[in-house]
Design a protein around this ligand. Structure first.
Ligand SMILES: [Zn+2]
Length: 258
C-alpha cells in the first residue's frame, strides 16, 4: 500500500476562495493520521475517507488552538457523534488549549467529546501512534504550539504547525524525508499586523528553506500561506536557501512517501 501525505488546506489565518486552512492527512500501512484541521478542511478529509461520518481516522494531531488549525475538529466530532457514536474513541494529541476550546463549543456538556476523542497532551516525551513514533517540541507562537515529528521504519515526517524562528526546528526536522513548514510570508503584505512585535511568531519561506538545509531534510513542503500571497515567489525564496526539493502546498496535492 502506498504511503502518502495529502494536503487538505494550504492557507494561514483564513482561507482563500476555494481553499482551506491548515490540514493534512498522512496514510501509512493502512493507518490514517490527521495533522491539524483548520477552517474548511473537513469536506476534503471526508472526500478522501469516502464517507460522511469520518470513519477511518485513526489518530488526530493538533499543533495549537488557533481556529485555522483546529476549528474543523469540532466538525469531525459532530460527524462521529451523530454518525457513528459507538465507534472507538480517536486518540487526539493536542497542544494546551485545544481540548478546552472544543469544550467551549459544547458549552460545558463535554461527555460526548470524551466519548469521541481520547485526549493526550503535546508536547510530550514520546508516543506510539499506530506505526509511528511521535515526538514533539514546544515552538514559539502566540499560544502554545507543538511541532511534531513522526517516524516509522520507512520515513520521517516533521511538521512545524505555526512557529517563529527557533533552533529547535532543525532538530525537529533532522534528516526528515518531508518537512512541512509554515511559510506565512507576511512581508509580502506591508503593514499586516503584527509585524511590529519584538518576538517572531511565524516564518518566511526563506527561513523555512534555511531550516530545511540545516536539518538536511530531503523535501520541503511550504504551507500556511497568508491569503493573497504570491506562492511562486515563496517557492523561489525558499529554493535560494535550500538545495533539496521545494514543493508548494495545494489543496488535494498528494506526496508519496518516502
Ligand atoms: Zn495558523
Amino acid at each position: 500500500m502506498t504511503s502518502r501525505l495529502v494536503v487538505l488546506g494550504s492557507c494561514g489565518a483564513w482561507p482563500e476562495p476555494g481553499r482551506a486552512c491548515s490540514g493534512f492527512l498522512l496514510e501509512h500501512a493502512g493507518f490514517r493520521v490527521v495533522l491539524d484541521l483548520g477552517y474548511g478542511t473537513l469536506p476534503g478529509l471526508l472526500r478522501l475517507l469516502g464517507n460522511t461520518t469520518a470513519s477511518g481516522v485513526d489518530a488526530l494531531i493538533v499543533t495549537h488552538r488557533h481556529p485555522d488549525h483546529m476549528v474543523d475538529v469540532h466538525g469531525l466530532f459532530r460527524a462521529r457523534w451523530f454518525g457513528e457514536r459507538d465507534g472507538a474513541a480517536i486518540p487526539l494529541y493536542a497542544a494546551e488549549g485545544v481540548w478546552e476550546r472544543l469544550c467551549e463549543f459544547e458549552e460545558g456538556y463535554t461527555e460526548p467529546l470524551s466519548r469521541v476523542f481520547e485526549p493526550h497532551p503535546l508536547p510530550a516525551e514520546k508516543y506510539s501512534v499506530g506505526p509511528f513514533r511521535l515526538e514533539s517540541r514546544s515552538l514559539p507562537h502566540f499560544v502554545p504550539n507543538a511541532g511534531v515529528r513522526l517516524s516509522c521504519d520507512e520515513f520521517v515526517l516533521a511538521y512545524t504547525g505555526d512557529t517563529g524562528p527557533s533552533t529547535d526546528l532543525a532538530a525537529l526536522a533532522r534528516e526528515a524525508d518531508l518537512l512541512i513548514a509554515e511559510a506565512t510570508d507576511r512581508h509580502q503584505h506591508e503593514g499586516v499586523p503584527p509585524t511590529d512585535t519584538a518576538v517572531r511568531h511565524d516564518l518566511t519561506s526563506a527561513e523555512a528553506g534555511r531550516i530545511a538545509g540545516e536539518a538536511a531534510a530531503r523535501k520541503l513542503l511550504l504551507s500556511h500561506f497568508w491569503p493573497g500571497n504570491d506562492r511562486e515567489r515563496s517557492r523561489r525564496e525558499a529554493a535560494e536557501c535550500f538545495s533539496g526539493d521545494v514543493v508548494l502546498a495545494d489543496e488535494e496535492l498528494e506526496i508519496t512517501l518516502p
